[in-house]
Design a protein around this ligand. Structure first.
Ligand code: HAM
Length: 424
């Protein structure tokens, strides 16, 4: 026998019945995007490496350590997308969408790739559902994106999630804050890990992302970004909070939450689940404002705000409810004898053509084994066909989840299936 080939580490197969949880979560997300008017976009899974280097940032873990980068046959440096915001902005600019409409609301679903250390809820291929709004600088837009996430979590019946909220300031106030951070961390530089020593020189905000306990300890005493906000950033942040209050959306201020991507200005947020099994993978979603990103990619000055949810983590939490999201057939057709198989296949095909989900075992076999299969399939009804049924074109329609069986003519079967009653 040949040697088996395993799937790639950190990349999962999603099979039934797990897939039904995914389909449920995706359907809920699609419905929320519809209610908020976020039209779906689909961008390629592969982009020019420079797109992520310039936006997510060279000194972030995502770009510096985790990206799947390769050369194509023409020697171009390409990367599997580690996130969806930069590709959305690239597409927005490339198609000059700002010339078509003042506000653009987009949503997306798809796999993202980061070469991370794996654990429950942290994978190398994972899936996001994201939403991006271009063209609005008002705080109400930030709140709309947050409201969208809260509505989605509510529709999924997920409890125990906390919104962590922060403002990262802008080009005016952040330099001063960074100076103060450098002063703070430089004074305790010997306690920082080697990576953070480099971060201190290149991008001190990134020290907050470090998982090393020593660095986290030093970060605890760092100055708060909120104390350095300039007047316009402060006013923006206060208005975000006032409007969250207006919509009764709960949040917790967290000045240490800086996000792992460089493109944010002003509002930044993360939705953190309390479920202990997720541990350090407890963020089910995150996002914020990125008013400089479109410009930095060669587009016009267009403000924007957005978020992305981690579908793998949401599905893990939803599956904890033990609720079944598996759909079930309308009908199982069984045969009493082999001679009924041909006519049964014809009937099955006909019912499927008019929209019913019909399960049928093409192998035939004993009625007992077929009925076992029917029960296992979760079908609402079973129809048993033998020579007698085929000649009279009537048969017994048997409810499999309680209720009285009834004898119906073949023509009456669709109506019976629709009404849920054997007698149509
Ligand atoms: P992010 O925080 O890097 O933000 O990712 C968003 C979510 O994706 C996380 O909260 C988490 O649930 C999930 N996620 C991230 N990495 C993994 C992983 N390795 N395994 C499983 N799930 C993961 C962004 O990606 C930004 N683009 C969000 C955004 C949109 N900001 C503005 N617009």
């Amino acid at each position: 026998m040949s040697q088996k080939i395993a799937g790639v580490k950190g990349m999962n197969d999603i099979l039934p019945p797990d897939i039904y949880v995914w389909q449920h979560v995706e359907a809920v997300a699609r419905d929320v995007f519809r209610r908020f008017g976020y039209a779906e976009i689909r961008t390629p899974m592969v982009e020019d490496t420079a797109l992520f280097v310039r936006t997510v940032g060279e000194s972030t873990d995502i770009v510096g350590k985790e990206m799947y980068t390769f050369e194509d046959k023409a020697g171009r440096s390409l990367s599997l997308r580690p996130e969806g915001t930069a590709p959305a902005a690239r597409a927005y600019i490339e198609h000059a969408v700002y010339n078509l409409e003042p506000i653009t609301r987009w949503s997306y679903f798809g796999p993202m790739f980061r070469y991370e250390r794996m654990k429950t809820g942290r994978y190398r291929q994972f899936f996001q559902a994201g939403a991006e709004a271009f063209g609005v600088s008002e705080p109400a837009q930030d709140v709309e994106v947050i409201d969208l996430v809260w509505q989605l979590l509510k529709d999924l019946e997920l409890e125990g999630v906390t919104l962590h909220l922060n403002s990262l300031g802008d080009d005016v106030c952040r330099p001063e804050y960074q100076k103060r951070l450098v002063a703070h961390f430089s004074a305790r530089a010997s306690e920082l890990c080697a990576d953070c020593q480099v971060r201190l020189q290149r991008n001190p905000l990134r020290i907050f992302d470090c998982k090393n306990p020593g660095c986290q300890e030093v970060a605890k005493g760092a100055p708060s970004v909120l104390e350095f906000l300039c007047a316009p950033c402060r006013a923006h942040f206060e208005e975000v909070q006032r409007k969250l209050g207006l919509l009764k959306l709960p949040y917790r201020l967290n000045p240490q939450m800086v996000r792992g991507l460089d493109y944010y200005t002003r509002t930044a947020f993360e939705f953190i689940a309390a479920d202990p099994s997720l541990g350090t993978a407890s963020a089910v979603g995150g996002g914020g404002r990125y008013d400089k990103l479109v410009r930095s990619l060669g587009g016009p000055e267009i403000p924007a705000v957005g978020m992305a949810l981690g579908l793998d983590r949401l599905c893990l939490l939803v599956s904890r409810s033990k609720k079944s999201f598996a759909p079930t057939p309308d009908l199982f057709v069984a045969t009493v004898e082999a001679s009924a198989q041909d006519e049964a296949s014809r009937l099955v095909s006909e019912f499927r053509r008019i929209g019913f989900w019909v399960d049928f075992d093409p192998r035939g076999g004993s009625l007992k084994s077929q009925m076992k299969r029917a029960d296992k399939s979760g079908a609402r009804f079973a129809l048993v066909l033998g020579a007698q049924e085929l000649s009279s074109r009537t048969a017994e329609l048997k409810p499999l989840r309680g209720g009285e069986p009834g004898r119906v003519s073949f023509d009456e079967i669709p109506a019976a299936l629709r009404s849920g009653q054997p007698k149509g």
